[in-house]
Design a protein around this ligand. Sequence first.
Ligand SMILES: [Zn+2]
Length: 50
Amino acid sequence: MATVVKCPVCKKRLMDMLSAKEAEVQVKCPKCRKVINVSFLNNEVHGEAV
Ligand SMILES: [Zn+2]
């Protein structure tokens, strides 16, 4: 089961996460070009524009 990570600003799909216990990544949205801070904790995802 994959968790789809979406941009919180424009809702573009950023990545599919298969599993993560604990992680924090920053990605740049290709659509709105915002830097999104994505944090995972026990397979739950939280995205936030920086
Ligand atoms: Zn975006």
